[in-house]
Design a protein around this ligand. Structure first.
Ligand SMILES: NC(=O)C1=CN([C@@H]2O[C@H](COP(=O)(O)OP(=O)(O)OC[C@H]3O[C@@H](n4cnc5c(N)ncnc54)[C@H](OP(=O)(O)O)[C@@H]3O)[C@@H](O)[C@H]2O)C=CC1
Ligand SMILES: C[C@H]1O[C@H](OP(=O)(O)OP(=O)(O)OC[C@H]2O[C@@H](n3cnc4c(=O)[nH]c(N)nc43)[C@H](O)[C@@H]2O)[C@@H](O)[C@@H](O)C1=O
Length: 319
């Protein structure tokens, strides 16, 4: 039975991965909360890795947020994420951990990348300014995995998720991503009998949304791939694999869908003084599909399930 350390197991994605691993029952799982182990602390991470010596690591811990948080706290987003990645990946290697999975993000691709964005679009153009520091840290994470694989023969892999949502998401009014932010805003407007909801930007940007349970499944699918298959699909640099649905939707249409699901019947207004961010971010998922994995959860169904979870957990949700 392999011992797997899931970093970030209290987060949305780490939590979904942990639930899936627990259900499979194939592995012994190692976890630490942020309070127990600050992953920006190199000495603490070194001590942890040396004592625990896991067989594999899944790195789902990161400083994460939506467009406003990224734009407002750029230093936190680059500094924390660079430290977390360097410490976890570097100290895993130092402790002899042979296998690791790093979670990046679709914002690694250039703002004007051809759509859908294939893995080889990495480092071909200028990044979107609202999340450039976070994207630079995520690109560094890919390069750390590649480099430890190429120089030391480690089996360190990377997946690049599109925008994610689902149970366990962050519903903060400003710092969250668009889907949880809209669930909360439309829910509160419907509850309070308001006749207008304002959403940020022009409504024209397009985003792709993947349910977190699909992401957890894809993460373990990539982790379990035969090494030859992973390397054959990530040559020449042993780089990364996109994870998404291959379908996107405009923010205006997403807002209408959230309004329907939450029962809000009023007007939707757009605050164009707020940034739109990247115009479009659709993943090319051909690589993963060719290996046999496809997303299963349709957006409407996933949104309804997430809204049910939100209503149920309201007293408990993260702020
Ligand atoms: N959500 C999304 O739309 C997307 C997410 N991703 C990536 O997926 C991964 C998981 O994201 P997600 O689950 O949404 O994020 P969450 O914010 O839900 O979870 C991140 C987890 O990391 C923990 N963490 C953060 N900093 C530290 C630290 N210094 N030491 C220890 N633990 C820390 C957090 O703990 P605490 O809350 O206590 O700080 C939290 O439990 C990240 O790598 C993210 O970049 C990629 C694309 C889209
Ligand atoms: C996952 C991804 O997440 C971020 O990039 P993003 O895709 O731009 O993410 P977002 O979900 O915050 O916004 C998507 C779109 O939606 C619009 N929008 C409308 N109304 C609200 C709203 O109320 N909140 C938010 N957050 N956005 C809103 C918003 O203006 C934008 O046009 C980065 O952190 C990036 O680093 C990253 O990896």
């Amino acid at each position: 039975m392999a011992r797997i350390y899931v970093a970030g197991h209290r987060g949305m994605v780490g939590g979904a991965i942990l639930r899936r691993l627990l259900a499979e029952g194939r592995h012994e799982l190692i976890t630490r909360t942020h309070a127990e182990l600050d992953l920006t602390d190199q000495a603490a991470v070194r001590e942890f890795m040396q004592v625990e010596r896991p067989d594999a690591v899944i790195l789902a811990a990161a400083k994460v947020g939506g467009i406003h948080a990224n734009n407002t706290y750029p230093a936190d987003f680059i500094y924390d994420n660079l430290l977390i990645e360097a410490n976890v990946i570097g100290q895993a290697h130092a402790a002899g951990v042979q296998k690791l999975l790093f979670l990046g993000s679709s914002c690694i691709y250039p703002r004007e990348a051809p759509q859908p964005m294939a893995e080889n679009a990495l480092l071909t153009g200028t990044l979107e300014s609202t999340n450039e520091p976070y994207a630079i840290a995520k690109i560094a994470g890919i390069k750390l995995c590649e480099s430890f694989a190429r120089q030391f023969g480690r089996d360190y892999r990377s997946v690049m998720p599109t925008n994610l949502y689902g149970p366990g998401d962050n519903f903060h009014p400003e710092n969250s991503h668009v889907l949880p932010a809209l669930i909360r805003r439309f829910h509160e407007a419907a509850r309070d009998g308001k006749n207008e909801v304002v959403i940020w930007g022009t409504g024209t940007p397009r985003r792709e949304f993947l349910h977190v349970d699909d992401m957890a499944e894809a993460s373990l699918f990539v982790m379990d791939l035969d090494r030859t298959a992973y390397e054959a699909n990530t040559r020449p640099m042993l780089s990364h694999i996109n994870v998404g649905t291959g379908e996107d939707i405009s923010i205006a249409d997403l807002a209408s869908m959230v309004a329907e699901v939450t029962g809000f019947g009023g007007n939707i207004a757009f605050d164009a003084t707020k940034p739109d961010g990247t115009p479009r971010k659709l993943m090319d998922v051909t690589r993963l599909a060719s290996m046999g994995w496809r997303a299963r959860t349709p957006l409407r169904g996933g949104l309804e399930q997430t809204y049910d979870w939100f209503k149920h957990e309201q007293g408990e949700i993260r702020q």
